[in-house]
Design a binder for this molecule. Structure first.
Ligand code: ADP
Ligand code: MG
Length: 244
């Protein structure tokens, strides 16, 4: 396996003194696709946010691209700019056209000229089958298109790690499929991905590793086939039965 892009070591995190991530350690290697599953409230979203310090851990260490981002010595925004985050429901800027949604972070965070940013945005949109949407506003798009634009925006930043938090759970089934197809394409690009999803077929297709969380802890971890077909705990078996 390649180098480690993300390492979390005994990380604890939560809200107002209540820990909801309780001593999680995990590694994501360069190009690796890791899927996280687990019941609602088990801390999956908090874990993803903590990985890029959108939630501040109370204990533990986190390394991104070989640099300890929990040391207090690093520029957290610069470190976070190496990653892309796609949330459950589209987090596009509603008052901006698709093209501007994508070029804005390129210009502000990466210092691209307007011209270079637009070139890059059009390229990515074309690659994801979204050509023609450049001048539209988010509310003129379907939910699936909005989510694919959010993915395009994240990819445009050339992240070393893409974090996706239930990217299809807010979508109707037919829109879900188009977003999952886009993510299958993205998975071929060799970017490391850490994805919270309960989509089993998708997980079997892309995941190098599956992690099951329960009550803030990793309770099961392994290759997709082992974890999904032959989990070692009764509770994981019950959970998988519920989402099948
Ligand atoms: P999951 O994504 O697995 O459903 P979350 O990480 O969203 O789990 O939530 C874990 C726990 O943290 C839940 O009990 C939830 O209510 C709580 N929680 C999540 N976000 C916040 C927040 N912003 N403030 C307070 N509590 C929160
Ligand atoms: Mg969640």
């Amino acid at each position: 396996m390649g180098e480690v892009v993300l390492e979390m070591l005994d990380v604890w995190a939560g809200y107002e003194g209540t820990e909801v991530v309780k001593g999680v350690s995990l590694k994501v290697h360069s190009g690796e696709k890791v899927v996280i599953m687990g019941p609602s409230g088990s801390g999956k979203s908090t874990l993803l946010k903590t990985a890029v310090l959108l939630v501040k851990p109370s204990r533990g260490r986190i390394y991104l691209d070989g640099e300890e981002i929990t040391s207090g010595q690093v520029d957290v925004r610069a470190a976070r700019a190496k990653t892309g985050f796609v949330f459950q429901s589209y987090n596009l800027f509603p008052h901006m056209k698709v093209i501007d949604n994508i070029t804005l972070p390129l210009r502000i965070v990466k210092g691209y000229s307007r011209e270079d940013a637009e070139k890059k945005a059009r390229e990515i949109l074309a690659q994801l089958g979204l050509r023609g949407l450049e001048e539209k506003y988010p509310l003129q798009l379907s939910g699936g298109q909005q989510q694919r634009v959010a993915i395009a925006r994240a990819l445009a930043m050339d992240p070393i790690l893409l974090l996706l938090d239930e990217p299809t759970s807010a979508l109707d089934p037919e829109l879900k499929a188009e977003v999952l197809d886009t993510l299958r394409e993205v998975a071929k690009r060799g970017i490391a991905m850490l994805v919270v999803t309960h989509e089993l077929d998708f997980t079997r297709d892309i995941a190098d590793r599956v992690i099951i969380m329960e009550d803030g802890r990793i309770v099961e971890e392994g290759d997709a086939r082992t974890v999904l077909e032959n989990p070692s705990t009764v509770r994981t078996r019950q959970f998988l039965k519920l989402i099948r």
